[in-house]
Design a protein around this ligand. Structure first.
Ligand SMILES: [Zn+2]
Length: 364
């Protein structure tokens, strides 16, 4: 069994719908938790009995009150699953694997679960996903094949909503045609492969969007505070931010899917993002390109497609070593070719590093 997780491409109405469902889940969970505490103070009940009582009170009493009428506009599967969550939280507490359930707050993150009450549903390959009881939504990256699943969790990370579901299969049947590859991730080219392929980030697109962004921000600063026009400009700014994020994410998804479907063994450096971020010159470029997101995606896609990911020790001097003879030489980042004084070979700096990464073996 493995989990599939995809970013949803939502418009404002759809995002609001998700936020309302997350709020619904929180209200039900907290209501159940407080009711349960009351019931325990009155006598001995089993967890299932308590949950059943909570369900009865919610269905027959709370949901009928006018001030809770909004609950009836939302998926009832949210509240069924919120109560299952509550029951699980109590089982974990009893088994000693976690502390007493706490009230859910918005700060803990927004998420909720829905399921199909008629059993598993078929999800077709393509750029949209039909989530039971919620509707059909667009995806940033298509489902590459059909899946069958029953339970779906929707969660918000940063500004983005994700859907995840479990699939009953060992892995996706993708026989990677190529055996292995080393990847050097860098700033000049985003990824340089040991088979000579080079992937450049969509920097020109991002640069032009950023120029536009600066213009709009200047415009907003000159407009009357709180005016209709200023609000319009701010809306344009937030749409542009979203567009930049989309361009980046599309690029990363295409690249990581290609890599995980093409190579049986992928070796790359365990990106020392923290260390790189400490260098102010590199920090902008790195956060721009989403190295962390790249690593996250390649990791889950390798597991999904059955490719093997090997993270090379972060102290391995991949850029200082000659991939031909093994001799070492320090070079500033600005020098783009690796000229080996020992064997005389001249290689692209990043390509040389990618070959070293491919040849790296963990020390026993
Ligand atoms: Zn050499």
């Amino acid at each position: 069994m493995f989990a599939v997780k995809r970013a949803l491409k939502l418009n404002n109405n759809e995002a609001t719908l998700m936020a309302r469902h997350a709020g619904f889940r929180r209200v039900v969970f907290n209501f159940g938790l407080s009711l349960r505490t009351q019931m325990y103070s009155e006598g001995k009940f089993t967890d299932s009995k308590v949950i059943n009582e909570v369900k009865k009170v919610l269905t027959n009493y709370v949901k009928k009150k006018p001030e809770f009428g909004w609950m009836n506009q939302l998926s009832s599967r949210v509240y069924q699953n919120a109560l299952i969550d509550l029951k699980d939280a109590f089982s974990r507490y009893r088994s000693g694997s976690s502390g007493h359930p706490k009230f859910a707050s918005r700060r803990d993150g927004q998420s909720f679960t829905v399921d199909s009450s008629n059993g598993k549903v078929l999800l077709n390959a393509g750029k949209t996903i039909k989530i039971p009881t919620l509707g059909t939504f667009r995806l940033f990256e298509p489902l590459e094949c059909s899946f069958v699943s029953q339970t779906f969790t929707i969660s918000k990370e940063g500004n983005r909503w994700f859907v995840s579901f479990c699939v009953d299969a060992e892995r996706l049947p993708v026989p990677q045609p190529e055996s292995s590859v080393g990847i050097d991730v860098g700033i000049k080219s985003f990824a340089t492969l040991s088979n000579q392929q080079v992937f450049d980030a969509p920097k020109p697109l991002i640069a032009s969007a950023k120029t536009k962004l600066a213009t709009l921000q200047r415009q907003a600063s000159k407009q009357v505070k709180g005016s209709k026009n200023q609000r319009k400009t701010y809306n344009k700014i937030s749409r542009l931010h979203a567009r930049i994020a989309r361009i980046r994410l599309d690029f990363l998804h295409k690249l990581t899917t290609y890599l995980a479907q093409t190579f049986k063994l992928i070796k790359m450096e365990n990106l020392k993002v923290k260390g790189m971020m400490a260098n102010p010159k590199l920090a902008g470029a790195i956060s721009d390109l989403g190295f962390y997101e790249f690593k996250r995606q390649i990791d889950y896609k390798c597991r999904m497609y059955g490719a093997r990911l090997v993270l090379v020790d972060q102290w391995f001097p991949s850029t200082k070593t000659c991939s031909n003879c093994g001799s070492k030489k320090d070079r500033p980042l600005s020098v783009r070719t690796f000229d080996c004084p020992a064997c005389g070979i001249s290689l692209d700096r990043d390509f040389n590093a990618s070959v070293n990464i491919l040849n790296w073996e963990p020390s026993a």
